[in-house]
Design a binder for this molecule. Structure first.
Ligand code: ADP
Ligand code: MG
Length: 477
C-alpha cells in the first residue's frame, strides 16, 4: 500500500476585490440585500451588452507579475454555454482559448524548504448568481452574478493532500499581500476544485478524479485523503487494471453534512460547453507601460519576506511563520528591530508574551514598538531578569509607561549588581547547607537549583544566572 503516490492538480476560483463587476457598472458587493447590486447585464436581459472594467485586468496583471507568468498582450474572451438556473444567459464569459496569464509558479514552504509548484494558466471569467434554498422554495440572488473571478490552474505536481492545503494557504497569503481578494473562504472568495490520481514511482500519470466544492483547508486535505485511499483500494483490488485501463474518471463533490464525497457525474456524461470567441466583446490590448507601472507598485511577497526573515533576523521557524502570515505583527517587529538587535527575544515578546498578557495582538494595544525594544534591551544588558520583565510588561500595559520609567519608580524590579553583598550571601548559604554541596558533588543536579533558590529567596534582585555561576565556582574550587 505504501508504494502508491498521489498526483494532485488544483483549480482555484478567486473572487477579486474590485469596485465594479467584470462586465457591468454594478458594484461587486454580494452581501447587500438580494438582487440590489445588479445591472441588466448581470441578469442576462436581452440586448444588455457587456463592457469590460479596467480594475480586474490590473489585478490579474498584479498576480501575473507575482507568479512570473507570461502576461498576454491581448485580452480575449470566450463563451461557455450551459444551462443552469444561476445563469439565465445560458452562458458564462470566460477565457478558454487565451488565458490572460500563462505559466508561472508559486514556491511553497515544505518542512523548512521551498518547493516550486508550476501554474499552468490563470484566466478571467464572470461569476454566476447564487441559489438560496429557503423553506419550500429556492430563490436566486443575482448580486454575485458578474463579479470578476480569476481561475488559477496548477500543473499536477502536488504530491500529498497536506501539500495541497499548504499550497492553498500560500496562495491565499499571496493574494492577501497583493490585496487582490479578501480570501474569506467561508464567503466563497476562494473556491477549490481538486484533481487527484495515484500511481507508483516512475509510472506515467493515471486517470484522475475531480472533487468540487472544497471550501476549507482541512476539508481539502481530508477529502483528498479519502479519494486517494479509494483509488488505491480500487487498484489493489483490481491488479489486472494497468495504466492503460484506468478507473473511470468521475467528478465528486464534498458533502459538508454527510462529511463524504458524493458522485456528481462520470466522464461519459461530461458536458460539452461549445466554447467559441465571445461575439459581444472586442479584443483588448494590454500596453507594456501598464505592466511596467503595475510592476513599480508591487509589495513585498510572502516568499521574499520569508527569505528576508531567515537571512536578516535568523528567527525560529514558528516566529517566522507568524510574522509572514501576520503583516501587522511584522510591521511592529520591524519597527522595534530598529532599536534592538536581539531579534528572537524581540519576536517572542511581540508574538507570545505581550499578546498572552493583553489577550489581543500587540499592534491593537497602546504598546509602542520602541517600548518593547527597550524592555528586551534591559533584559539583555542584565538590568532586568526575565521573570521581573513580565511584571514590568504588566505595568507597561496598565500605565503606558516605558520600562525604564517603571524601573525608576520601582527599583526593586531591577537586577542588583552588588557583587560583595551577593558573595557574602552565597558563602552564608553554602555554609548553612553542606548536605546540598555533597549531594551536588555526588551527581544530584537538583541540589544546585535548591541552592540558587535559597539565595534568590533572600535576594530577589539577584541575577539567577550569576548566582548559579558564583555558586558553582565556590562548590568546585
Ligand atoms: P481536464 O481536461 O479534465 O479539464 P486538465 O488537463 O485541463 O483536465 O487539468 C485540469 C486539472 O487537473 C489541472 O489542475 C491538472 O493539473 C490536473 N490534472 C491533470 N491530469 C491529472 C492527473 N492525471 N492526476 C491528477 N491531476 C491531474
Ligand atoms: Mg481542462
Amino acid at each position: 500500500m505504501n508504494d502508491w503516490k498521489a498526483v494532485i492538480g488544483l483549480e482555484i476560483h478567486v473572487q477579486l476585490k474590485t469596485k465594479l463587476k467584470l462586465f457591468s457598472p454594478a458594484p461587486s458587493s454580494f452581501n447587500d440585500e438580494p438582487n440590489k447590486s445588479i445591472h441588466p447585464c448581470c441578469t442576462g436581459l436581452p440586448g444588455a451588452l457587456p463592457k469590460l472594467s479596467k480594475e480586474p485586468i490590473d489585478l490579474a496583471i498584479r498576480l501575473g507579475i507575482a507568479l512570473q507568468s507570461k502576461i498576454d498582450s491581448t485580452i480575449r474572451f470566450d463563451r461557455k454555454s450551459y444551462f443552469y438556473p444561476d445563469s439565465p444567459r445560458n452562458f458564462q464569459i470566460t477565457q478558454f482559448f487565451h488565458p490572460i496569464l500563462l505559466g508561472g509558479s508559486i514556491d511553497i514552504p515544505i518542512n523548512g524548504k521551498e518547493k516550486t509548484i508550476r501554474i499552468r494558466d490563470v484566466h478571467l471569467e464572470d461569476d454566476t448568481a447564487m441559489l438560496k434554498h429557503l423553506p419550500g422554495m429556492t430563490g436566486i440572488d443575482f448580486n454575485r452574478a458578474g463579479i470578476a473571478l480569476l481561475e488559477l490552474v496548477t500543473e499536477p505536481e502536488i504530491e500529498t493532500p497536506e501539500e495541497a492545503a499548504i499550497f492553498v494557504s500560500e496562495l491565499k497569503l499571496l493574494l492577501e499581500y497583493l490585496e487582490i481578494s479578501d480570501c474569506d473562504m467561508e464567503k466563497g472568495h476562494l473556491r477549490i476544485d481538486a484533481n487527484l490520481s495515484v500511481r507508483k514511482a516512475n509510472e506515467p500519470l493515471r486517470q484522475k478524479c475531480e472533487i468540487k466544492n472544497l471550501n476549507s483547508m482541512s476539508i481539502l486535505a481530508k477529502a483528498l485523503r479519502m479519494e486517494m485511499d479509494r483509488q488505491i483500494q480500487f487498484y489493489e483490488r483490481h491488479p489486472e487494471q494497468n495504466v492503460q485501463s484506468p478507473i473511470s474518471s468521475s467528478t465528486f463533490r464534498w458533502d459538508g453534512c454527510l462529511k463524504k464525497l458524493v458522485l456528481m457525474r462520470k466522464k461519459d456524461t461530461a458536458l460539452d460547453y461549445r466554447y467559441f470567441p465571445e461575439p459581444d466583446l472586442p479584443v483588448y490590448s494590454i500596453s507594456s507601460e501598464l505592466i511596467e507601472h503595475i510592476k513599480l507598485n508591487m509589495p513585498e511577497l510572502p516568499t521574499e519576506r520569508r527569505r528576508r526573515i531567515a537571512e536578516k533576523y535568523c528567527l525560529h521557524a514558528e516566529a517566522s511563520r507568524v510574522l509572514v502570515t501576520d503583516s501587522e505583527n511584522f510591521r511592529f517587529f520591524e519597527e522595534a528591530s530598529k532599536t534592538c538587535s536581539h531579534f528572537q527575544q524581540l519576536a517572542n515578546w511581540i508574538i507570545v508574551e505581550f499578546p498572552g498578557q493583553l489577550g489581543l495582538p500587540i499592534y491593537q494595544s497602546e504598546i509602542k514598538p520602541i517600548q518593547v525594544s527597550e524592555l528586551v534591551n534591559l533584559i539583555s544588558n542584565k538590568t532586568l531578569s526575565g521573570k521581573n520583565a513580565k511584571s514590568v510588561a504588566a505595568r507597561m500595559i496598565t500605565t503606558g509607561l516605558n520600562p525604564s520609567e517603571i524601573l525608576r519608580e520601582d527599583p526593586s524590579l531591577g537586577l542588583s549588581h552588588n557583587e560583595t553583598e551577593l558573595e557574602n550571601l552565597i558563602l552564608f548559604t553554602l555554609e548553612s547547607n553542606p548536605n546540598s554541596i555533597s549531594d551536588y558533588k555526588n551527581g544530584k543536579e537538583r541540589a544546585l537549583n535548591f541552592l540558587v533558590g535559597k539565595v534568590m529567596a533572600s535576594y530577589k534582585q539577584a541575577d539567577p544566572e550569576l548566582v548559579r555561576q558564583l555558586l558553582l565556582e565556590r562548590i568546585t574550587c
